[in-house]
Design a protein around this ligand. Structure first.
Ligand code: EPU
Length: 427
């Protein structure tokens, strides 16, 4: 794969107080769909062409994983080509899974097509404990068996058999693994309490284009009628709602008026209603969404939930807006236990936030103050970038490679809107 990604070089993002923002920014295809579509390509031999694939580290890593399995992978601009052979090496090694937990989504397609998979057990991460029990239990209900030794899960299935699977929680990854395993299973699978994210609907559309028979994706009940074989296809990745939210939050912080082209308002209704409650003006345009803001955001309370609730990925952006809002907001994080760890970094910038367990109480302050901070993960890193837009002086965000895992060019895009933001090589 070509490596036109700034993550190769800079490790710092430098932000100076900026605003108001103006212009148009275009969002990429969604990381969290592209990675799963790449995994789903394992289900059929032939050449796949994916459009609007972001040039980000996670996509390169998934590409490396597929290459190790024997898939030909090439990205030119935002077009990704995958040449999937008749057989692959059905293994996801520790080095790659450890770097990117999302690698676990190769389990379902490998079991579905080849009846065997050896995948490193993903560890915890910055969000804390991240089990995969629902993935494994669901696949067992389709007839797979698993043994674990030396840090690897070995999965086997002579053939998968359709079954009724009730997920205890609408896990995105478990729904995806089950969906990809079930498309080639014998008979009908019904996934109940399935995740409803737009990226799941995108995966189902991709699978159906390949010849699968998936019904109900995007709702809580997905029905999959197994087919004998699938074919390679061309597909355009659904736009990234989290990237869109990032630019909207940037306008909420710095003020101004920006069109976020490619944003799909129907994929972010709950977020948009929260942003409107916070005082942002949002209206659909022919190409996406226009967002306008001036003055301080209003404080609100909110809780993260599976889709269609306010996504956990928006949470650091919303906490950052609340950090400079005109009152007190309470944020409850219901999806990931450890997703408030970045708050100490905002506090270093002068935010008044008290986090306790799943709750954070955010008292808006008059101003933030630029400081050196560290990006603990993708979305928190993006939140620190937008915090820097209103902070007095200069904010230097270290470990910026985390941000580059999920954003193709957050620096270039914000700069094109007038923000004073640039890469800076440490040392
Ligand atoms: N969970 C279990 N057991 C399981 C699976 C999940 O207990 O078998 C728990 C998790 O520990 C977590 C909750 O269920 O507390 C939700 O996890 P889910 O499986 O829904 O999330 P995921 O598939 O691991 C994806 C995105 C995340 C996003 C979440 C929630 C990808 C690659 N990742 O993770 O995105 O936050 O869904 O929407 O699609 C990001 O893009 O930065 C990111 C972290």
């Amino acid at each position: 794969m070509d490596g036109a990604n700034p993550a190769d070089g800079p490790t710092l993002i430098r932000v100076r107080q900026s605003g108001p923002l103006a212009g148009t920014v275009r969002v990429s295809g969604a990381k969290n769909s592209a990675l799963k579509l790449m995994a789903a390509s394992l289900l059929a031999e032939g050449r796949f062409t994916l459009h609007d694939v972001p040039r980000i580290a996670d996509v390169r890593w998934m590409g490396e994983l597929l290459e190790q399995m024997g898939v030909g992978v090439s990205q030119k601009g935002d077009v990704l080509t995958l040449d999937v052979p008749e057989t692959v090496t059905p293994e996801a090694p520790y080095e790659l899974v450890e770097r990117m937990r999302a690698s676990i989504v190769v389990l379902g397609p490998l079991l579905g097509r080849f009846g065997t998979a050896r995948v490193s057990v993903p560890g915890g991460d910055d969000f804390g404990h991240r089990p995969i029990d629902m993935h494994l239990r669901g696949l067992e209900e389709l007839g797979a068996t698993f043994t674990t030794s030396h840090g690897y899960i070995q999965g086997r299935a002579d053939h998968l058999e359709g079954a009724a699977v009730l997920l205890p929680y609408p896990s995105v990854g478990a729904t995806e693994n089950l969906l990809m395993a079930a498309v080639l299973a014998r008979g009908t699978t019904v996934i109940d309490n399935a995740a409803r994210e737009p990226e799941i609907a995108d995966l189902a559309a991709f699978l159906n284009a390949m010849g699968a028979r998936v019904d109900g994706a995007g709702s809580s009940t997905i029905t999959i009628k197994g087919v004998d074989g699938l074919t390679a296809v061309e597909h355009t990745v659904v736009p990234d709602r989290i990237e869109a939210a990032t630019y909207m939050a940037a306008v909420g912080m710095a003020g101004g008026e920006v069109e976020v082209a490619g944003a799909r308002p129907e994929h972010m209704e709950m977020l948009l209603s929260k942003l409107v409650e916070m005082g942002l003006h949002i209206s659909p345009t022919a190409n996406g969404v226009s967002v306008k803001a001036s003055g301080k955001p209003h404080s609100v309370d909110l809780a993260t939930l599976p889709y269609p609730g306010v996504a956990t990925d928006y949470q650091p952006l919303l906490v950052t807006l609340l950090a400079v809002a005109d009152g007190v907001g309470i944020v409850t994080e219901n999806v990931f236990g450890g997703r408030f760890r970045y708050i100490d970094e905002l506090v270093r910038m002068g935010a008044d936030i008290r986090a306790e367990g799943h709750h954070a109480v955010i008292r808006g302050v008059a101003a933030l103050s630029g400081a050196p901070v560290r990006a603990p993960d993708i979305r928190a890193g993006a939140a620190l970038v937008i915090a820097g837009l209103v902070a007095d002086g200069e904010t230097l965000i270290g470990d910026a490679h985390h941000v580059e895992r999920g954003y193709q060019d957050i620096v270039g895009n914000l700069a094109s809107l007038g923000a004073d933001v640039s890469y800076s090589v440490s040392g």
